[in-house]
Design a protein around this ligand. Structure first.
Ligand code: SOE
Length: 374
């Protein structure tokens, strides 16, 4: 008697479609899973593009109409990796069709959409997933383990910055991520959602925020040519948060940190010590402990590949480091195991909604120039 099979339909085939395809294809080769993953259908609007993606990424077939994928009775999981303006329609249709929804972040373009998706998934009774992949970098999972073990004690600060620079050139075209109607918000939702999720995951729920949004370049060439168009989303966001625990959060998300390509870094300061994670050194966790003998204290670098560390041994022996793509493989593995055990996987659509509440509060705070309570 072989293992049961979970059949996946993936909607979207660009960057996240590529990362998710790799995870579905690889996960069974590195983890002992209770199920086999069948990569049945990948979907995209342009036949030439999605046909090539199916061949390249290893999908059995392809579709150009997502509704046909949602209606396929053989499909158990609908993975939503499209631009934000189609998430709500696809997620709600998939939930209503009784599928398990696995959605990219942020789940919605607005809090209203996020609430609708949360409700549709809750009504379906099916487990859900949101692709906040950085929780599953071994060093971040190790930070979570140590915090939960009380190694830092009371947390005073969560300080996070997610810095990119891919649109610092004003001639970069107004792609879909720069159009509010397509994407909801700019750096705030796209990369700010990641550090919000990490803050909630590692420190706890956020009680109130005050924020500032900035759009440095307000007009850009249209990608299809023929002139230029307005940019109506933020290029950069900065906000302060008060966690329900009383910890203080400082968050920055920008696409204008010239020289920073995908620099996602956080530092957590507690009464007994501090932790620092930097995606550009993603296998390492910087640790300072007040418990060390006086005179010997200092930040040390822990390489999160030890046999006692999360995900250890899944890929290579101690000291052999892993990469960005492995965070998605780890996430998929954890989600499949949780599903099999009937345990709640996190982050799920409820986390996606709670993250969206913070995004919405920051936008309202920036507009009103005042603190907003969640
Ligand atoms: C673009 O900012 C992007 O691809 C984000 O959408 C991803 O979530 C992030 O992990 C990498 O950068």
């Amino acid at each position: 008697m072989g293992k049961p099979t979970l059949t996946v339909g993936l909607i979207g085939y660009q960057f996240m479609g590529k990362a998710h395809s790799n995870a579905y294809r690889q996960v069974g080769r590195y983890f002992d899973l209770p199920v086999d993953v069948r990569m049945k259908t990948i979907c995209g609007r342009t036949e030439t593009g999605v046909r090539k993606a199916a061949e390249t990424f290893g999908w059995e077939g392809f579709e150009t109409d997502w509704r046909r994928v949602v209606d396929d009775p053989e499909i158990d999981i609908i993975d939503v990796s499209t631009p934000g303006d189609s998430h709500c329609d696809i997620v709600c249709a998939a939930a209503e069709a009784g599928k398990s929804v696995w959605c990219e972040k942020p789940i919605g373009n607005t809090i209203a959409e996020a609430a609708k998706m949360r409700d549709a998934v809750a009504k379906s009774g099916k487990p859900s997933v949101v692709f906040h992949n950085y929780r599953f970098a071994p060093a971040v999972s190790l930070a979570k383990k140590w915090i939960d073990e009380g190694r830092l004690g009371r947390i005073f600060h969560f300080r996070a910055a997610y810095l990119q620079d891919w649109i610092a050139d004003p001639q970069f075209p107004r792609v879909w991520r720069l159009e509010k109607a397509r994407t909801g918000s700019g750096a705030l939702g796209d990369i700010g959602s990641h550090i919000i999720d990490l803050g909630r995951h590692l420190v706890g729920e956020i009680q109130s925020v005050v924020g500032q949004l900035e759009t440095f370049v307000t007009e850009r060439p249209l990608p299809e040519g023929g002139g230029s168009g307005p940019v109506d989303v933020d290029d950069a966001a900065a906000f302060i948060a008060r966690f329900a625990s009383g910890a203080l959060g400082t968050f920055e998300a920008t696409r204008f940190a010239v020289g920073r390509k995908n620099a996602n870094r956080f530092e957590i300061n507690g009464e007994k010590g501090s932790l620092v994670f930097d995606l550009e050194r993603m296998n390492e966790l910087e640790y300072y402990s007040e418990l060390d003998p006086p005179g010997t204290r200092g930040f040390r670098t822990v390489l999160a590949t030890d046999s006692s560390h999360p995900f250890a041994g899944r890929y290579w022996p101690v000291g052999h480091i892993i990469g960005y793509e492995h965070t998605f493989i780890n996430l998929v593995a954890e989600a499949l195991v949780a599903r099999d055990r009937g345990e709640r996987f996190r982050p799920d659509i409820e986390d996606g909604y709670l993250n969206q509440r913070v995004l919405d509060a920051v936008e309202r705070s920036a507009a009103s120039k005042a603190w907003v309570n969640l």
